[in-house]
Design a protein around this ligand. Structure first.
Ligand SMILES: *Cc1c(COP(=O)(O)O)cnc(C)c1O
Length: 411
């Protein structure tokens, strides 16, 4: 079946993003660091200031007008995110500070209650540090064993090796849906199915996937899913943990404090029900409210149309960069999002980043919080251009011109 995706009006979309008018070193900003964080449209900025200007109040316990309005907007966001992920129930949506926070919550709360010495946890070589370190901390605490799925030279998970790692000792699998350093889209439904076949639970790190792919947690059948709004045109400091209700119910709380309790006495405290059990303290109310606007923005443009535009940019950029002598692309998976990591012979990635910045071009250089994967490729880091809905072919041309300049100066 072929689906006709609507052609996006990129010039119009760009007008939604005030920051794109900035000049850097006298040059128009070319922002190609979207895998680190995306820029925010006017609509999201208005939602943030609108909240503070018109109905700022603490939520849930207030009975005055503003508190009710804030609570209602806050909970409307939860239902919006439930729909965005196609979760079965709204109480399966827990607000966090981001993907990192969500993974720590699961590692600590699920890990403490259900994992014991000798249990095996599987991650992969392409994980972000935030999906490595929380598990290492847990392993140290509990005596669990961390196993790592290797990746191919192209930057794809070696699924046959994954199957060999799975056994009745495997209790948890935590892998990235889409790699931030390579752009690889992993076969997560298959990963979940194979883990479930040995009785293991699965967390998917959707920090990159959520802005490029449609996510259906029921179809994926994953047990937990995390993402961050700031990589999805939304505010920083706000993220989502999805978890299956029966697992979240069985897990102990992660942080203690206000909101997460039912009743507190010095003898014994009883905990609140889902989702509040995991939301101690005053949350980022404004950011949660604005998250809904960010998701509306994405869905109005259409994820398919966004993905198609980003793919065009990726194809165009891949061809153009490959034509540069001495440049090597790291991450050549068949299924990729608009992330382009590369190294240039004899030129340090940091110098590339600095010289491009002088031309107003923002890319990311370094290990991209994936040091073990850089070790796998035998490199200290890469330069990474990552695309978003507001990027243009002309900006890719600027990048290519910039890299030729870098080569002339340093190559
Ligand atoms: C950005 C990122 C994270 C961490 O997200 P935070 O918002 O910094 O918590 C985790 N995993 C991947 C793949 C990422 O790209």
């Amino acid at each position: 079946m072929t689906t006709v995706t609507q052609q996006l009006d990129i010039a119009k979309i760009r007008r939604d993003f005030p920051i794109l008018n900035e000049t850097i070193n006298g040059k128009p900003l070319v922002y190609l660091d979207n895998a680190a964080t995306t820029q925010k449209p006017r609509q999201v900025l208005d939602a943030l200031t609108g909240y503070y200007e018109h109905y700022n109040a603490n939520i849930h316990r207030g009975i005055h007008h503003l508190a009710e309005k804030a609570t209602s907007a806050f909970e409307a966001s939860r239902r919006r995110i439930q729909a965005f992920l196609n979760a079965r129930l709204s109480e399966e949506i827990i607000f966090t500070y981001g993907s990192t926070d969500g993974i720590n919550l699961v590692a600590q709360a699920y890990g403490r209650a259900f994992l014991k010495a000798g249990d095996e946890i599987i991650i992969s070589t392409m994980e972000h540090h935030s999906n490595i370190v929380p598990w290492q901390m847990l392993c140290e605490e509990k005596g669990c064993i961390l196993k790592v799925i290797p990746i191919s030279e192209e930057g794809e998970l070696r699924m046959e090796e994954y199957e060999k790692l799975l056994s009745e000792r495997t209790k948890f699998v935590s892998v990235v849906h889409v790699s931030n350093a390579l752009g690889t889209i992993n076969p997560v439904a298959q990963i979940v199915e194979k883990a479930h076949a040995v009785g293991a639970k699965v967390l998917l790190d959707g920090a990159q996937a959520s802005s490029h792919l449609s996510i259906d947690v029921q179809a994926l059948d994953c047990d937990f899913y995390v993402f961050s709004l700031h990589k999805l045109y939304g505010p920083t400091g706000m993220g989502v943990l999805y978890g299956k209700k029966e697992l979240l119910d069985a897990m102990p709380p992660y942080r203690g404090g206000g909101e997460m309790i039912k009743e507190v006495t010095f003898e014994k405290t009883t905990y609140n029900e889902l989702p509040y059990k995991f939301e101690a303290g005053t949350p980022n109310i404004a950011d949660v409210v604005a998250a809904r606007t960010a998701l509306d923005y994405v869905d109005e443009l259409g994820k398919e149309a966004i993905a198609e535009h980003e793919h065009q940019l990726l194809r165009y950029a891949t061809d153009a960069l490959e034509a540069i002598e001495g440049l090597r692309i790291i991450g050549r998976a068949k299924e990729k999002i608009g992330v382009l990591s590369f190294v240039m012979e004899g030129i340090h990635h940091q110098d590339i980043g600095v010289l491009l910045d002088q031309q107003g071009i923002a890319i990311r250089t370094g290990h991209h919080c994936t040091q073990p994967m850089m070790q796998r490729f035998g490199i200290p880091g890469t330069s990474r251009a990552s695309f978003s809905v507001y990027n243009t072919m002309e900006e890719v041309d600027s990048l290519v011109r910039g890299l030729h300049k870098v080569k002339k100066m340093l190559g």
